[in-house]
Design a protein around this ligand. Structure first.
Ligand code: MG
Length: 333
């Protein structure tokens, strides 16, 4: 199949800059691609890299798109190297998802609401509990450990018994700090802890997972599927946090989860409504996980076209009946 190919760059400020252990994130930059096949059917895809997380850079993605010219075929798309996970994700989405297709989603999944680092987490927790959220993720490793451990007690004391809390250290703890946290969390209702130490600390990660009862999840360690497969080979006993927008084609992701029975959290890469639409179309039609989706990031852009449907405590197909591709594309013209 031969497609007409076009791409447009976007840059959207985040309403509230996101504070993580990697620093402050204030704007989202990426590319929207448009493919039109010989029958005139159009598909859109989003390239939303996070280079500090391990994906290709936006410049690298843009260079590949420029090299494509104004036409691509399936062979060219399939030849994009695995290291370009974001480009491969977008090409696959644009090829498979035509805007006329309605989402046929049969599943409902809880959404984990993101709590900001620091004391502000307590305020947001109250509001989100009131809104009915059943799962939360709190960013840690940003402030002083003693302050954060105190806040953890405050957070847990306000959580109803049926509500789950996950922590995300973004790889910022030392081994010693991680041990301190894991001791404190051992008898607490913590669903899991994401990336306690840096991806390079492989022995530490495996040791911590073995030595403590708390479930650990790899996130920065598994930007792409080949890395997740390698960790499976090392005997990783925990969870894999997967950001589909960075990984590559959704069909490859689904196949890996189904064949390897990987325990996954499907998570946001702060993509726009376009990439999210494709991701939700997958996760709400195939039973890939029962864990809360890591998409409770709120309306990060403050614009309906870019944020898409407002996600509540439970995601289902009714949220995704309108395809956001054309509106976004036209906005960038
Ligand atoms: Mg994470």
């Amino acid at each position: 199949m031969v497609y007409l190919f076009e791409f447009r760059r976007y840059c959207q400020p985040l309403q509230l800059p996101l504070r993580t252990a990697h620093g402050v994130w204030a704007k989202r930059e990426g590319l929207i691609i448009r493919l039109e096949d010989e029958s005139g059917a159009v598909g859109y895809g989003e390239i939303a890299p996070i280079p500090w997380f391990g994906s290709e850079t936006l410049a690298e993605a843009e260079e590949i798109c420029r090299k494509f010219g104004d036409q691509v075929d399936d062979a060219v798309c399939d030849a994009v190297p695995p290291s370009f996970g974001c480009v491969r994700f977008a090409l696959a989405a644009a090829r498979s998802e035509k805007i006329a297709d309605a989402t046929v989603a049969k599943l409902r999944l809880p959404v984990a609401a993101l709590l900001p680092a620091g004391r502000e987490a307590l305020t947001i927790l109250s509001a989100k509990l009131e809104a009915g959220f059943l799962a939360f993720k709190w960013k840690v490793g940003v402030g002083q450990a003693d302050d954060e451990l105190g806040l953890l007690d405050d957070l847990l004391s306000r959580l109803p018994a049926h509500v789950k809390l996950r922590l995300d250290a973004n790889g910022s703890w030392t081994r010693r700090q991680a041990q301190q946290w894991l001791e404190r969390c051992a008898d607490r209702p913590i669903e899991l802890i994401e990336q306690p130490v840096a991806p390079t600390e492989e022995d530490t990660l495996l040791g911590l997972a073995r030595d403590y009862p708390v479930t650990l999840a790899l996130d920065e360690s598994v930007v792409r599927l080949n890395e997740a497969r390698r960790w499976q080979g090392l005997g990783w006993p925990g969870v894999f946090v997967i950001k589909p927008a960075l990984v590559g084609p959704l069909s490859e992701l689904a196949e890996w989860i189904i064949t390897s029975k990987a325990d996954v959290v499907i998570s946001s890469a702060i993509e726009s409504a376009l990439a999210r639409h494709a991701i939700f179309q997958l996760v709400l039609t195939q039973s890939l996980t029962s864990r809360a989706l890591g998409f409770g990031i709120g309306e990060v852009f403050g614009q309906r076209t870019w944020d898409g449907a407002i996600l509540g405590p439970l995601a289902d197909g009714t949220l995704f009946t309108t395809h956001p591709g054309e509106a976004l594309w036209n906005e960038l013209s």
